[in-house]
Design a protein around this ligand. Structure first.
Ligand SMILES: Nc1ncnc2c1ncn2[C@@H]1O[C@H](COP(=O)(O)OP(=O)(O)OP(=O)(O)O)[C@@H](O)[C@H]1O
Ligand SMILES: [Mg+2]
Ligand SMILES: [Zn+2]
Length: 690
């Protein structure tokens, strides 16, 4: 299958070089010392000259189990423990194996890594993976190692010693995959060292390849150096991976990476397991607490627009007893790394963060992503919610939307030059449209990415809030709308929705009495309707163009549309169906928001479970496996998911394997994992069978 591409590459490593390194312990010690000396005063990533000591060291290759000659399907099953490829993975792998440069576009969490990891095992030489995600390389390498794949990384987080050990592994042909950061990449770098030593580099993979394009959202000038690197290894096939789908970005990737007539493969952007929901933002803290209480014991990310919002929300959540940590660019590197680690290792359930968090995070069991503020574009939104449900289990994306966010975001655009601002406003308006529109959210997103989505299947409640609610039902809200609009007029269009509502409800607030608004004809005429419902109505009136919300305090102003409706006595029909419950929370909002939740539980969101809920034995096995996983992860200093994902644990509990071969039928159980953890797993299963 490797055909033409591998011709001429075989036999690069002479047999006589084998194993010298390992047998000469003393030499090894001295070598180590020399390496340290030669690298000591430099940041590992900035190494420009090859370390002398390594130069003198003979190139050594050790025998290692290669998957060369196997079928990709067999590697998928035996190494990664998955039964089938996801859409397009196989096509991408076949292309790479046949030596065609390839640009692959898959959504966040779609499964891009396997597209270079499997070829890496099937090729004879080394695969270089260039990725900007330094902080995650360690985990990527640990995950591969736990699946039995030899991988190393080279970046500035390594000590000189570790760096040399990684290099040495590469030179001994012990590593199949090396992860590298783009910083400091240039022809004089460590890579020229590879080429001078005649290392066979079979594949160069560029992860997050949109970083090479100024049109992408994360341009990194260092990525432009990659083209030079490619010239060092002209025979290596090039695979560029990204989740950014625009044509312009793909054109830049091909050009800036110097790709040779690449094949472009673009997979569907549909992430079926993510439920899409948009709610009107009112008291966001209350709404978030409500959501979290419905998703107890689940892990998730909450995105906020500003660092301050992140810090405030984290504090309030902690006070309310939730297990949250914060993350944004204002925190020091070490705190960020610590918080990320706590989250990834399941030690903290909730990550409250700005956009700074999440690129490349492979935490498979993120069950929800909440947006507390409006994202700036659909691309950004989709990338962020894509961090949920990487294990394919049902997950939830909730966007809390308020029209006033739009103004706040636009404020950030004022410093941009005209064309940039136009572009940014255009992206934002598509996001606003998404939040306000009444058509299936999945359909809209896929349309945005240039895909047609036909929901032939009858909606089973797993698509989005719009599909769940059925056709938009317009209610005749003429009377309450007129009451509200006239109260806005009577209070001289100088107040926000909350104040107008308080007047309608006949509040005895000092401010109202001072303003003598208790004397207005609209004072107290709204008592029959809950406060929440009035606020909802106000926000729909804004959305539908009857009111404009302006300024910092969201002062409501009447539009011509409202004026005409009042004068002509038009019927006012509005889609208020999104509101689930019209409970008067006015009393509750002043006290602990959580006390309310106990009383007003809404339906429980679907919980990921592959075993039958009534199967007590399975439940016990799952609990035991989880606590064993936590302990083992801690002992080995790796994130729990690297041992097994939740889906694997649930599958073990459901299948209750009793033999080693039965274990291999479990989702996510490759041979290496079965060897390593099989005994412990089988023991737990057997001990919990009655
Ligand atoms: N064929 C498969 N069957 C089951 N699970 C898979 C399969 N392929 C990949 N996965 C799992 O899907 C998850 C996401 O994969 P991966 O990290 O490669 O995503 P990605 O496309 O690189 O996303 P991002 O854009 O966020 O980097 C991982 O947990 C991976 O193990
Ligand atoms: Mg990835
Ligand atoms: Zn839908």
């Amino acid at each position: 299958m490797q055909g033409e591409f591998l011709k001429g590459l075989e036999g690069v490593f002479p047999k006589s070089f084998i194993a010298i390194y390992d047998t000469k312990k003393n030499t090894q010690k001295n070598t180590q010392k020399k390496i340290e000396q030669s690298l000591f005063d430099k940041q590992p990533d900035a190494v420009e000259k090859k370390p002398e000591s390594l130069e003198n060291q003979p190139m050594v290759v050790e025998n290692q189990p290669l998957a060369v000659g196997k079928q990709p399907e067999a590697v998928l099953k035996e190494v990664f423990g998955y039964d089938e490829f996801r859409l397009l993975q196989k096509d991408i792998i076949d292309n790479v194996l046949s030596g065609h440069d390839t640009i692959a576009v898959m959504p966040t969490g779609g499964g891009k890594s396997i597209c270079y990891q499997i070829p890496a095992l099937l090729f004879e030489g080394l695969t270089i993976v260039i990725s900007p995600l330094i902080a995650l390389m360690q985990d990527q390498v640990s995950a591969l190692k736990s699946a039995g794949v030899e991988a190393v990384f080279l970046n500035s987080t390594l000590t000189t010693e570790q760096y040399s050990a990684s290099l040495s592994k590469i030179f001994r042909g012990k590593a199949k995959i090396v992860y590298m950061s783009p910083e400091g990449l240039n022809t004089k770098s460590k890579l020229s060292l590879f080429s001078e030593r005649n290392l066979t580099v079979s594949c160069i993979t560029i992860d997050e390849a949109h970083c090479v394009s100024e049109w992408g959202h994360d341009f990194r000038p260092d990525y432009l150096e990659i083209a030079n690197i490619r010239r060092l290894f002209p025979k290596a096939v090039c695979l560029a991976l990204t989740a950014t789908a625009t044509k312009q970005v793909r054109v830049d990737i091909a050009k800036n990476l110097g790709m040779n007539n690449p094949v472009e493969l673009i997979s569907s952007f549909n992430r079926e397991n993510i439920y899409l929901e948009v709610k009107r933002k009112r008291d966001y803290f209350f709404q978030i607490c409500e959501f979290l209480s419905e998703h107890k014991d689940e892990s998730g990310i909450i995105y906020c627009m500003s660092r301050k919002n992140v810090d405030d929300l984290t504090e309030r959540l902690k006070e309310a007893g939730f297990d949250a940590v914060n993350y944004h660019a204002g925190l020091t590197d070490s705190i960020r790394a610590k918080h990320q680690e706590l989250f990834i290792r399941d030690k903290k359930q909730i990550m409250v963060a700005t956009v700074a968090f999440g690129m490349g995070i492979n935490k498979p069991n993120v069950r929800f992503v909440i947006h507390c503020d409006l994202p700036k574009s659909i691309e950004q939104y989709y990338q962020e919610i894509g961090r949920a449900g990487r294990d394919s289990l049902p997950s939830h994306a909730l966007l809390l939307y308020s029209a006033s966010d739009t103004q706040k975001i636009k404020y950030f655009f004022t410093e941009m030059d005209e064309s940039e601002r136009q572009k940014a406003e255009n992206l934002l308006s598509q996001m606003v449209h998404y939040a306000e529109s009444r058509t299936c959210r999945r359909k809209q997103i896929l349309q945005y990415f240039g895909e047609r989505y036909e929901a032939e299947k009858k909606c089973d409640g797993s698509c989005c809030d719009i599909c769940d609610a059925g056709e938009a039902i317009l209610e005749d809200v003429t009377i309450p709308a007129l009451k509200f609009l006239s109260c806005v007029i009577r209070t001289k269009q100088r107040y926000g929705a909350a104040y107008v509502t308080d007047v309608l409800l006949g509040s005895k607030m000092k401010r109202i009495l001072d303003n003598e608004h208790d004397k207005l004809s609209t004072y107290g005429i709204g008592k029959g309707i809950a406060r929440d419902a009035w606020l909802e109505l106000a926000s729909v009136l804004v959305d539908e163009g009857y009111l404009i919300k302006s300024g910092e305090y969201g002062v409501l102003v009447i539009t011509k549309k409202a004026h005409d409706a009042i004068v002509n006595k038009d019927k006012i029909m509005l889609p208020l169906f999104m509101e689930e419950k019209k409970v008067d929370t006015s009393a509750i909002l002043d006290t602990n928001p959580l006390s309310h939740l106990k009383r007003s539980r809404v339906k429980k969101a679907p919980v990921a479970q592959s075993f039958d809920a009534s199967d007590e034995e399975a439940a016990k096995i799952a609990v035991e496996l989880r606590s064993w996983r936590t302990k083992t992860a801690e002992e080995n200093n790796i994130p729990p998911y690297i041992i097994f994902g939740d889906k694997t644990i649930n599958d073990i509990a459901a299948k209750k394997p009793r033999t080693h071969s039965a274990l291999l039928d479990v989702f996510g159980m490759g041979e290496a994992k079965a060897d390593k953890y099989g005994t412990a797993v089988l023991r737990i299963v057997v001990e919990n069978l009655s």
